[in-house]
Design a protein around this ligand. Structure first.
Ligand code: 5GP
Length: 123
């Protein structure tokens, strides 16, 4: 899939749509999810134009990949989630139920996350 410059996170990165930023560096932006699923729900995104994890891990520089992971850990620590625990989710593509086509990690915390996945019938 090619990158769509009009996806909502591309617009956030260009400053066309406001966001509630919790962290920013050269390669990474992180902000509160507009529809939080837990008391703390942060989206961590690369500033580069990557559709999803597949695109990112194939094309991004080591520096960008490291920056995303380092930032995610720091954000969780800074928000006090390291002690109580948290979940990181990355949805990819159709089966992953990815809605926004710009790579993002969800950091969810502040309450128990529950079981990892609901059982679904095959097919
Ligand atoms: P996905 O299903 O693609 O993994 O997650 C997309 C996430 O983006 C959802 O949790 C949704 O609430 C969030 N989201 C969608 N539009 C906006 C927006 O305009 N601003 C913010 N902050 N989050 C958004």
């Amino acid at each position: 899939m090619s990158y769509d410059n009009d996806n909502i996170f591309a617009k956030i990165l260009r400053g066309e749509i406001p966001n509630n930023t919790v962290y920013e560096d050269e390669h990474v932006l992180a902000f509160h999810d507009i529809t939080p699923q837990r008391p703390v729900h942060i989206l961590v995104i690369p500033k580069g134009a990557y559709v999803n994890m597949d695109d990112f891990t194939a094309k991004a520089s080591d520096e960008e990949v490291i920056a995303l992971m380092r930032a995610s850990g720091k954000i969780a620590r800074d928000l006090g989630l390291a002690e109580t625990g948290y979940r990181v989710i990355n949805n990819n593509g159709d089966d992953g139920h990815q809605e926004v086509q710009h790579l993002h990690l969800h950091i969810l915390g502040g309450a128990p996350a529950g079981p990892m996945l609901k059982k679904v019938s095959a097919g």
